[in-house]
Design a protein around this ligand. Structure first.
Ligand SMILES: C[S@@+](CC[C@H](N)C(=O)[O-])C[C@H]1O[C@@H](n2cnc3c(N)ncnc32)[C@H](O)[C@@H]1O
Length: 264
């Protein structure tokens, strides 16, 4: 079977994430490991506190844009059957180093999340923390997630909020105080030299989930603890995030197929 073709965005992101993988891990790997791996977002709020994924023990779990697989390693220790997928071979090389240090082994897949060669109906949970749901085109990743999830399976992913993306236009380093990007234009967020990121207006996210047989269970907006620090953000950014939602986590679940009679 021929490998699926990379979209232009995925090809660009593969090149840029390969180039920056080592610098990224040098800057952020310490924080990701220190918080135990299973923690959400730039402020690393623990999964044990948010309980987004539920009990993962014995579940088939796919991390969609796993980076160095800090999350997958932590979930493997909790008894999940984990697969880590990433578009960047260099990020996966870092994952192999961490897995070997932890004496843990699970499948790592080098693939673009927009179009994988994984077998359908294979996973109970697909998730990412600022992973492929942020850096892949949702009009391609969401149908792929629906294909890969079993009925009743959970998709959970964190990313920046539309508000954050509107006040944080290209060539700036902090979220600002005014809406600099048009809400209706939210889709591919381009910035010279940066990986392509994606965002949608809220209504478009909801329509996309529903059109792909995904029922919405929640949208968890993250507020940093008062004393939080981050390798991604400054104290000034934390002040901003304590006033407006900087990151959120969508939780959606694959529904059973509608009986044919209801479709008519
Ligand atoms: C910010 S990292 C998130 C990984 C991890 N949670 C972390 O915090 O380091 C984003 C990851 O998404 C991966 N990625 C970007 N686009 C992707 C795509 N289309 N398919 C799969 N992975 C992708 C990148 O290679 C990178 O490793």
């Amino acid at each position: 079977m021929n490998k699926p073709l990379l979209s232009a965005g995925a090809a660009r992101n593969r090149e840029l994430w390969d180039l920056r993988a080592s610098a990224y891990q040098a800057k952020h790997g310490g924080q990701l490991t220190a918080s135990g791996g299973a923690a959400w977002g730039v402020w690393q709020i623990p999964e044990s506190q948010l309980r987004i994924l539920g009990d993962v023990s014995g579940r088939d779990v796919l991390e969609f844009g796993c980076g160095a697989a800090q999350w997958s390693i932590a979930l493997h220790k909790l008894g999940a059957r984990v697969t880590g997928l990433d578009n960047s071979a260099c990020q996966l090389a870092h994952a192999r180093v961490l897995m070997s240090a932890a004496a843990i082994d699970f499948p790592l897949v080098h693939s673009d999340a927009e179009s994988t060669e994984l077998v359908g109906d294979s996973f109970d949970i697909i998730f990412c923390d600022h992973g492929a749901m942020r850096f892949g085109d949702p009009y391609r990743t969401i149908p792929e997630v629906t294909r890969l999830l079993r009925v009743g399976g959970l998709l959970a992913f964190s990313m920046y909020t539309p508000i954050m993306d509107m006040v944080f236009p290209p060539e700036t380093v902090h979220p600002g105080g005014f809406l600099a990007r048009k809400y209706w234009d939210l889709h591919a967020l381009e910035e010279s030299g940066e990986p392509l990121a994606f965002q949608l207006p809220y209504g478009s996210w909801i329509r996309l989930f529903l059109e792909n047989n995904l029922a919405i269970e929640g949208l968890v907006e993250l507020c940093p603890p008062a004393a939080a620090t981050s390798s991604y953000c400054s104290d000034r950014d934390r002040e901003w995030a304590s006033c407006w939602p900087m990151e959120h986590i969508w939780r959606v679940r694959k529904k059973s197929k509608m009986p044919t009679a209801q479709l008519l």
